[in-house]
Design a protein around this ligand. Sequence first.
Ligand SMILES: Cc1cc2nc3c(=O)[nH]c(=O)nc-3n(C[C@H](O)[C@H](O)[C@H](O)COP(=O)(O)OP(=O)(O)OC[C@H]3O[C@@H](n4cnc5c(N)ncnc54)[C@H](O)[C@@H]3O)c2cc1C
Length: 386
Amino acid sequence: MARGTVRPARDLCSDCGLCDSRWVAYVRRACAFITQQFETIEARAHGRSRDQDNEDELYFGVFQRMLCAQLASPIEGAQWTGIVSTLGVKALESGLVDAVLCVQQSPDDRFTPVPVLARTPQEVLAARVNKPTLSNNLSVLEQLPGSGIERLLVIGVGCQTQALRAVQDSLGLKQLYVLGMPCVDNVSREGLQTFLDSTSRSPETVVHYEFMQDFRIHFRHSDGSTETVPFFGLDTPRLKEVFAPSCLSCFDYVNASADLVVGYMGAPYQWQWVVVRNDRGQELLDLVESELNTQPVMSSGQRAQAVQQGIDAYDKALRLPRWLAELVGVLVNRVGPKGLEYARFSIDSHFTRNVTWLQRNHPDKVAAHVPAFARKIVSRYRLPKP
Ligand SMILES: Cc1cc2nc3c(=O)[nH]c(=O)nc-3n(C[C@H](O)[C@H](O)[C@H](O)COP(=O)(O)OP(=O)(O)OC[C@H]3O[C@@H](n4cnc5c(N)ncnc54)[C@H](O)[C@@H]3O)c2cc1C
């Protein structure tokens, strides 16, 4: 099917790829931006939806275990230490699955995603590192019929996982595993260029970047040098328009319906955060757990005041001068939220921003689109006028 011909979610489309496959037939009930159905997909994936009276589940979704981890021997060129790629490789090598849906990069552009159904460890490793742009991962479902693939591991972000969960029973698979990553503030390839141009000293040589738990963006350049920029120094007036509308209306930051989630936001600086949501998630983690350094999750600091100040500053599109941004960054890093509290800080900041964005841009969608757990979180803050 030709790309881009059918986009029922219109401006809210996250380009997850479902509409580039025959499963476009299910889009009205599968697309996260047309029909929000957290309770249904959580219940289908984990046997129950999250307990909103439990503060950890309210924020992080259904889970059995959370831990902080690093691969003891990190993979060169991975986004963090390469837990995700190693899991993909082991899932193939152990025969747990026949293929891994993951995202390689275009030979012409390191940041242009190329989704694949990887059949070999080499193909999975070629997909390591984030392509920090919208990626139409589910388009490769189109290759499933007749492929002989009966057991599949899908690696992806929340919007992709939600649509996948809605169609999984019609894929003809014997077993599906979902390894999710948290995700916010994704961009189109053009939006990424605006971000790099406005933030890095050398946008054309950036090969890797991450928003880290020390409140700085860490860039790595092709000559091996690194650069860090404080969050508080971002060019907010210019960047406000850069994020994809799908991301400005997303409440699945923590990939609620994945079996296993691997990110960083709930872990201290330089550690990855692992959330086992169900038995299939533990089955996946079992493949690598003996190769991990681990420590328990931790939480410190107080986020609430910083979140409220951030809401007001973002709404006014304030841009701090670099020296002040550096100073605020050092202070916040010293006394600010860490571990799970950092994750809650980030969730609060993004959910409040997104509810405001929806109220202003799609007021007719707010009632059906904002899930109950997000309403509860957002009600703790004073939002700008719609
Ligand atoms: C777009 C994006 C945004 C993210 N935002 C956050 C965040 O806000 N907070 C947080 O805690 N974690 C976030 N993560 C996850 C985090 O950055 C790491 O990817 C994760 O910790 C795994 O690191 P790793 O070294 O184990 O991964 P690697 O071993 O390097 O593997 C990376 C995997 O990501 C997949 N991938 C790459 N680009 C995409 C894409 N565009 N869409 C779907 N899959 C992709 C590849 O297939 C590959 O398997 C994000 C990931 C992505 C892709």
